[in-house]
Design a protein around this ligand. Structure first.
Ligand code: S3P
Length: 748
């Protein structure tokens, strides 16, 4: 058997935290022996009776002799005295740690005993866990599970000691974080100490009123929620408030300032600014919920959601309105924010990508109401009104947000940084950084591959340039055009092939003159945008899944209403028609400057394989994963070329689709810039095409939704893992497929 982590562990103090850690050490067999010293003989007797310790001592000297780990689990103010007492009995190899909620004063206490030469084994710590009850009986072996434990190693701390403590706390299933002492005290002052102080303060304010009895009796949920922590132990909090005095006073100053601002807004009846503050706080709190829940918005790799689709004949029918266009939703927020006056958006996509953009502008001081049922009101701040964000802007999964904002932020007076999730952090950002540098921007990407985080240095004077786009990318085009709004003179771009032109159209809708002459797009810097109303059409990229689903299912009849059919986006319609799909575009009309129509598609004939036309590639760039599913069901071979861009989307869509198709029994060959798919369809035969199997979506929403459609023609169950990102672009996806007749079971 392997050696336990420690030979002898000595606890000085054995309350809730100490006795819980002792329980972990026993359960995980981390030490040969545990002893303790406390002032209360009863605690020692109880601990022995509970089987937590081998010996209990009233004198700490007896406990620490021969110990290789000493845990100070007693009030922080007692640290200095205890260290003085035990110092002569500790060896160089003894690890000394503590569990107090403030760290600066623990280090001070140690310095008072040891001078500047602190022992290498001394590593202060702070498990952020607690419970209403205290004492040796209240301890629980799972008290630290999924709780944070902060270790604050000092320059004097030995790696060996830090590593052993990390192992100890990981054995308790805690998330261990190492942090600088001052940082710890500052963070805790804001996240724990200030909220406790405010709770004590509010209860005291109400309790000292003459009518306090009535106030308490009628106190509604708000008071109860807010004041819960004022029932905490006053002795402990008395000590903490003094122990972390410096950081707490700073946090109180910040609180007073913020409260005074709110007070003034109420006094002035400044409705717009008050909504701005409240809306920002509410959104930040939701964002924070996402973070705590480890939801996709924060870190996809840790979340596991999966779709399961069972085999069996299915219908696929109905009239549906898919959610708003992602590209248009992003731009409505960006342009509305820098416009003068108010912009009202309807049909906004409440998916995580567009919400990341919305949050970024709130973080830059823009007052935004909503989204509520697709409605958003943006109170524009004008071309020079954005404010420096307090911290890095988090773009989640969204490449569009990051590339477009690179252009916008490069032109601001302030510095900024953008980060993203695991998928976005792998995507190329130099493609936008390079042209922006040519305009005079100070922009930096990360690592050899030029990926996020991306940092912009503010206060640069940009100069208009002409740029020949080396790849067909609407994001790069738009990022440059956005920077051009602030640049001197003309900014112009030529694109190798037409790409989506939502930026150009929407800038015009905001009153900004943008010229499109053939493949050349240009604008003059220094103008302004005027707030307007934006109607976001339904997203053709989301509709595409339903179009493909209907095209491959016998007897299907699906109508997708009010879908955006901007000619730079309709490649999927053209390609499906060329494959022989029974597809009609009905009711064409204009809404909010964009053409829309109802798209009806029926499963009446078997598709046929084609060489997909290269000129349609940029116009269908996001729809290829779905089109590959159609190709697998077609009769004959389908060839795609000229689509290397697919390799740098939310995943490498050529490889990931090829892997999934092969798993499901489809013969295909990925190439550098496309794929060859051997279609399994036979004219007039609607039987199953796919074998089923487990598909890895690589947390790419469009991969997950495309393979879901394969569920309409499968002989075996399909399990798709990593589907949580579907919420980035199509939050109602499974709801709508279920209504149409394709049942998708979602499990976490
Ligand atoms: C988008 C442009 C396209 C597309 C993306 C949205 C946009 O990306 O794939 O989903 O809104 O400008 P590229 O510009 O990288 O081709």
């Amino acid at each position: 058997m392997s050696q336990p982590l420690f030979k002898k562990v000595a606890f000085i103090g054995l309350g809730l935290i100490g006795s819980s850690l002792a329980r972990v050490i026993i359960a995980e067999k981390l030490a040969d022996q545990i002893v303790a010293s406390t002032r209360s003989q009863k605690t020692l007797d109880d601990a022995k009776a509970l089987g937590l310790i081998k010996e209990g001592y009233s004198n700490p000297i007896d406990a620490v002799q021969g110990a290789d780990l000493v845990v100070l689990a007693l009030p922080v103010r007692a640290t200095q005295k205890i260290l003085e007492t035990i110092k002569p009995y500790l060896s160089d190899q003894t690890i000394i740690t503590d569990v107090g909620s403030t760290k600066g004063n623990v280090v001070e206490a140690a310095k008072a005993v040891y001078g500047e030469n602190l022992p290498a084994g001394f590593v202060p710590g702070h498990p952020i866990a607690g419970a209403e009850h205290t004492g040796v009986h209240a301890g629980k072996v799972d008290l630290f599970v999924h709780h944070k434990v902060i270790l604050t190693p000092l320059p004097s701390s030995g790696d060996w000691a830090v590593n052993k403590l990390i192992q100890l706390w990981q054995a308790a299933k805690a998330d261990v974080i190492c942090m600088d002492v001052d940082k710890h005290d500052e963070v805790l002052a804001h996240t724990s100490h200030l909220p406790h102080l405010m709770a004590f303060n509010l209860v005291e304010q109400l309790a000292s009123r003459e009518d306090n009895f009535d106030i308490f009796r009628y106190a509604a949920g708000g008071f109860r929620d807010f004041s819960r922590i004022a029932a905490s132990d006053p002795h402990m909090w008395h000590d903490i408030f003094f122990a972390n005095k410096k950081a707490i006073l700073k946090a109180v100053d910040g609180f007073e300032k913020q409260l005074a601002t709110l007070r003034q807004l109420i006094e002035d009846e400044n409705s717009q600014a008050l909504m701005g503050v409240l809306g920002h706080a509410q959104a930040a709190r939701q964002h924070f919920n996402h973070m705590l829940a480890n939801k996709p918005l924060m870190e996809k790799n840790k979340v596991t959601q999966q779709f399961t689709i069972l085999p069996g004949a299915k219908t696929f029918q109905g009239k549906f309105t898919v959610p708003g266009d992602k590209s248009v939703s992003h731009r409505s927020i960006m342009f509305g924010a820098i416009a003068e006056g108010t912009t009202r958006v309807t049909g906004f996509l409440e998916g995580e990508d567009a919400l990341a953009t919305l949050q970024a502008f709130r973080d830059m001081g823009v007052s935004i109401e909503g989204p509520k049922n697709g409605e958003v009101t943006i109170h524009g701040v004008g071309m020079h009104g954005l404010k420096a964000p307090a911290s890095a802007l988090y773009m989640g999964n969204s490449g569009t947000s990051m590339r477009l904002l690179s252009g916008m932020l490069s032109a601001q007076k302030f510095d900024s940084v953008m980060t993203g999730d695991a998928s976005l952090s792998k995507r190329p950002m130099e493609r936008i950084a390079q042209p922006l540098r040519a305009m005079g921007a100070q922009i930096q990407t990360t690592g050899e591959r030029g990926t996020p985080p991306v940092s912009m240095m503010g206060g640069q004077n940009l100069q208009g340039i002409h740029y020949d786009l080396p790849m067909a990318s609407a994001q790069v085009k738009s990022g440059i055009l956005l920077a051009g709004l602030w640049a001197k003179g003309e900014t112009s771009i030529t694109e190798p092939e037409p790409t989506r032109d939502h930026s150009e159209r929407m800038l015009r809708a905001f009153g900004y003159d943008v010229k499109t002459e053939g493949n050349r797009i240009s604008l003059q810097g220094g103008g302004k945008l005027i707030g307007t109303d934006i109607q976001v059409p339904s997203d053709i990229s989301s509709a595409a899944f339903f179009m493909v689903g209907a095209a491959i299912t016998e007897g299907s009849d699906i109508t997708l209403e009010a879908v955006g059919i901007n000619p730079t986006r309709t490649g999927v319609i053209e390609i499906l028609k060329q494959m022989g799909a029974d597809l009609t575009v009905e009711n064409e009309r204009i809404a909010g400057g964009e053409p829309i129509a109802d798209i009806r598609i029926k499963g009446t004939r078997t598709l046929k394989g084609i060489h997909m036309p290269e000129d349609q590639v940029p116009l269908a760039i996001d729809e290829f994963p779905a089109l590959f599913i159609a190709a697998a069901c077609a009769e004959g071979q389908t060839i795609l070329t000229g689509a290397a861009e697919l390799r740098v989307k939310e995943s490498d869509r050529i490889q990931v689709m090829a892997d999934g198709l092969k798993t499901m029994g489809i013969d295909c060959t990925p190439t550098d810039d496309g794929i060859v798919i051997e279609g399994q369809g036979k004219a007039g035969d609607w039987s199953a095409i796919f074998t089923g199997g487990e598909i890895e979506s690589h947390h790419d929403h469009r991969i997950a939704m495309s393979f879901s459609m394969a569920g309409l023609r499968t002989s075996g169950a399909i399990k798709i893992v990593g589907t949580e990102t579907v919420a980035t672009s199509f939050p109602t996806f499974t709801e709508l497929t279920n209504q149409a007749g394709l049942t998708i079971q979602v499990s976490e």
